[in-house]
Design a protein around this ligand. Structure first.
Ligand SMILES: [Zn+2]
Length: 140
């Protein structure tokens, strides 16, 4: 069985199944094929991409997005390294430490740590915007 997308002169498109690729021509020569919408007999086959080509294309797309992911990850790792080298990690009371740094005008300290959504919102209300950094593992 083979599936064709058929198109009539009035641009109606519909799918139809044939036992093989020659059956369409055979039926068309006998004027047995007509548009299911307007019943015209002026119907042509639309070109259909074989499913093999589709899956190849799909794999290619996958490869490309994996590649992009890799570069993206590299960038994130660079970012992580930069933060680790230039920022001080605050394990506990991060939100309070952020306030300390923020309100101390002489402080040039850069800190990083984890904040809950609630803490983030609280800080934001005080005018302190935190930057979210996607933290990627160095492994894998
Ligand atoms: Zn039609």
């Amino acid at each position: 069985m083979i599936k064709y997308i058929l198109k009539c002169v009035n641009k109606h498109e519909f799918e139809s199944w044939f036992s093989d690729s020659k059956e369409f021509d055979r039926l068309k020569n006998k004027n047995l094929i007509e548009c299911i919408f307007c019943q015209t007999k002026k119907v042509e086959k639309s070109i259909m991409a074989p499913s093999v080509a589709n899956s190849k294309l799909h794999n290619k797309q996958k490869q490309i997005s994996n590649l992009k992911m890799k570069n993206f990850k590299k960038d994130l790792l660079k970012l992580r390294k930069f933060v680790e080298n230039n920022f001080e990690y605050v394990e506990q009371n991060f939100a309070n430490k952020v306030r300390e740094v923020y309100y101390d005008r002489n402080s040039k300290k850069n800190i990083y740590g984890k904040a809950t959504q609630y803490e983030k919102e609280e800080l934001k209300e005080e005018g302190i915007d935190l930057v979210n950094i996607p933290w990627v593992d160095k492994e894998n």
